[in-house]
Design a binder for this molecule. Sequence first.
Ligand code: DX5
Ligand code: ZN
Length: 216
Amino acid sequence: MLIAPSLLSCDFSQFGNEIKRMDDAGADYMHLDVMDGHFVPNITFGAPVIKFVRRFTDKVFDVHLMISEPLRYIDDFCNAGADIITFHVECDSGIDETIEKIKSRGVKAGLVIKPRTPAEAVFPYLDRLDMVLVMTVEPGFGGQSFMADMLPKVESLRGEIRKRNLEVLIEADGGIGEQNIKQCADAGVDVAVAGTAVFKTDDPRAAIAKLKSLCV
Ligand code: DX5
Ligand code: ZN
């Protein structure tokens, strides 16, 4: 299991150093939650901020766009140094066009599904995706409770990816911690996002190691 700490739970006055701290703690990806106050009822940061913190690590920047019109900003996030860009299948941009735009920049592309969206919503795009992100909370805020009833969607995606012989990664995001990461692994999750579970502890290195060890 790869662990992607969600920087949404970090001390933003130390954003760069927090990324460095997660790198040192053994994080696999840096999960960066971009919110526009329109697609979700919260506002975080955008491409200029990501560009400034890019130099603090060489690890993968996994940028999760919770914005209504991702297509308009793909170039900005690519220029800022994103390695993977995931955007919501429920957004207002053309899905095909947005995937093509991301891939034309040599960046990995992923689609995200909210809790009320079925797994099948991404099936038409699966062959062109590098990742599918299954939300296990309603997007917008860290610190919410994990929705175990999202795991059948992970299983169904896993089955479809296997059936088509694809190499699409499955990521899960929201409320993941020691209590449920094994369930995620068993359902077929490859990358677990963890905000609270990694940041609200004194020892992020131990927290990440523990999360990984629970999956083997
Ligand atoms: C929620 C974000 C998540 C969130 C995860 O909209 O996409 O990445 O920060 O935080 P926890 O692990 O605290 O649920
Ligand atoms: Zn996220």
